[in-house]
Structures are given as structure tokens and as C-alpha cells.
Write a protein that binds this ligand. Structure first.
Ligand code: ADP
Ligand code: MG
Length: 290
């Protein structure tokens, strides 16, 4: 019977770490046309490492100390990487900050030692009028190599650049190939800048839409849905709304509680290949019914 076939499909998935919340999600996954992936923590491991510090007019240690001070209050993977790096470099007593605030997809700011210090994407820095020629060129070079670059600013001046690298998951390339072999179109959505996004996407073999704010991701999911069934894969940091907006939202790896709540499926193993496995499981289950 249909319910029995669905139930056995759901439990076959569960045995392989593919948790699906119900028959509707299981069925939709087989007909998926586009799979949109969040980059950070989904296609990449989500544990960026600091690779370069480029100070302007201050010392390297001061750049790191100020950046870590502002990032202390942020749970963003880039923030954690900067704070961890500062501590590893011996910056134990970070200055206390007040009035910290985050701008999702852009950066954070706080008052440090009486002055507002900002850290965020090069685009955010440009909007603040702070990214001058030399800094912009250095940032572009680092980005072309697949680094994410964040800019530390104070009083409209760039104090330095911090480059970070977040390695693709070991099976990301294979997981993308598996989806293409099933006739599914993968696309990467990222708030990261276009140069970094393009470098990583080219390496993994999929298209990319970069420099997206959380609201842009949401709008894009809507556009993609007009062309067919869309699955969104993410860990939910800033992106829970996109998971909810897709036909099937899939939480992956160390997903946040919000993501797990919002998603209609979850991959217990942090493996990109699990997405293609979901598609195959769905198609096999539906074939049993027909
Ligand atoms: P992703 O789509 O890769 O998950 P986000 O939307 O979380 O990226 O962030 C997009 C960009 O905004 C980051 O690449 C970074 O430049 C900037 N940004 C966001 N949060 C922070 C932060 N806490 N510190 C510095 N930069 C940040
Ligand atoms: Mg994110």
C-alpha cells in the first residue's frame, strides 16, 4: 500500500542518517529540479581559518586584538575563527566592548575604548566609504585565491584586512557530481563576495549566486521555484527563512536548532552526498508505489 511504501522509505532513510519529516518531503525530493546550497558550513566545513593579516597604519597584533574584541559577541563562524586565532597568538585580555550589534550578511560593530569599530565584508566597508584603493586591491587578490576577506574599520578608515579560508567538505565535489548525474541542477548561494564564491564554486563544479543578503536568498528561492521543485540545503545560520521557503528544506551537519525545526529533512552525517542519496531514496520509494 502507499502508506506502507512511504513508511518503509522513511525508515530506510533513517537507517542511513537521512531523516525525513514526512511523506510529502520524501515525495517532493524525487522530483527536485534545483538544489540550492548554502556555502558556509554546508559545502564547506564551516571552520574557517585565518590565513592572512594585512594591517594599515597599525601593528598586526593590534589589528587582531581589535578585531577579536568586536567579534567576541558574534556567533558567526568568521567571528569564532578570528577570536580563536587572536587567542592562539596570545591576545588573552581582549578589551571589553559595549553596544555591539550584528548586521546579518554584512558584519558587526561595537564600541571599543571609546570608538566605534566595525568589521565586515568589503562591500559593507565600501558602503562605509572605508575601503581605499590599496586595501581594495589587496582584498581582491586574496579573494581570487578563494579566501573570504573581512575589513576592520574605525572612523571611516580601513585598519586592516583579515583573510580566512574555509575548506570545502571532503565529499563536496563528489556530492555535486552525483546530483548532476541524477539530472538535478545544483547552485551555491552565498553572502560571501563574488570573487571568493566563484573560486570555490568553480572548484566544486557548480554555479554560484554571491553577495546575497538573507532577504536576497529568500527572493532567489522564490524565483527558482517558479521553474520547478527546489530543495535548499543549509546549516541555518542566518538562513532558516530560506530553508522554510524552499519546497524541501534540508538541514545538514551541525545544523542549528532553528534549522532543524524549520527543515523538512535533515542529514545526520555532514556529507554533501547525502543530498543525492535523498533524491535516489525518494525515486526508489515512488517507483514502488507506481
Ligand atoms: P554565508 O552566506 O557564507 O553564510 P553570511 O551571510 O553569514 O555568509 O555573511 C556574508 C558576509 O558578511 C561574510 O562573508 C562576511 O564578509 C560578512 N560578515 C557576516 N558576519 C560577519 C562577522 N561576524 N564578522 C565579519 N564579517 C561578517
Ligand atoms: Mg551563513
Amino acid at each position: 500500500s502507499v502508506p506502507a511504501a512511504i513508511t518503509s522509505g522513511l525508515s530506510a532513510g533513517a537507517r542511513r542518517g537521512l531523516l525525513i519529516k514526512g511523506g510529502a518531503a520524501l515525495e517532493a525530493m524525487g522530483g527536485v529540479k534545483t538544489v540550492a546550497f548554502d556555502k558556509t558550513g554546508t559545502l564547506t566545513a564551516g571552520h574557517p581559518q585565518v590565513t592572512n593579516l594585512v594591517p594599515f597604519g597599525i601593528g598586526t597584533a593590534e589589528l587582531l586584538r581589535l578585531a577579536a574584541a568586536v567579534e567576541q559577541g558574534s556567533g558567526h563562524p568568521l567571528a569564532r575563527a578570528i577570536v580563536d586565532h587572536a587567542k592562539a597568538e596570545g591576545a588573552v585580555d581582549l578589551p571589553t566592548v559595549t553596544d555591539g550589534a550584528a548586521l546579518p550578511g554584512q558584519g558587526v560593530h561595537a564600541v571599543v575604548e571609546g570608538q566605534t569599530v566595525l568589521i565586515g565584508s568589503p562591500r559593507y566597508a565600501q558602503e562605509q566609504g572605508a575601503l581605499q584603493d590599496e586595501a581594495a586591491q589587496r582584498a581582491a587578490l586574496l579573494e581570487e585565491q578563494g579566501n573570504t576577506v573581512v575589513v576592520l574599520m574605525r572612523a571611516g578608515q580601513t585598519l586592516g584586512l583579515i583573510a580566512l579560508r574555509d575548506e570545502p567538505r571532503a565529499d563536496a565535489r563528489q556530492g555535486i557530481m552525483d546530483l548532476k548525474a541524477l539530472g538535478v541542477t545544483p547552485v551555491m548561494l552565498t553572502g560571501d563576495n563574488a570573487r571568493t564564491g566563484t573560486a570555490i564554486a568553480a572548484d566544486l563544479g557548480l554555479d554560484v549566486r554571491a553577495e546575497l543578503l538573507p532577504a536576497d536568498k529568500l527572493r532567489l528561492i522564490g524565483d527558482l521555484k517558479a521553474a520547478g521543485t527546489v530543495a535548499m540545503i543549509g546549516d541555518g545560520i542566518n538562513d532558516a527563512p530560506a530553508l522554510a521557503a524552499a519546497d524541501v528544506g534540508v538541514a545538514m551537519g551541525g545544523a542549528t536548532d532553528v534549522a532543524l525545526e524549520t527543515a523538512s529533512a535533515a542529514l545526520l552525517r555532514a556529507e554533501v552526498r547525502g543530498v543525492a542519496e535523498l533524491v535516489e531514496l525518494s525515486r526508489a520509494t515512488m517507483n514502488n508505489i507506481r
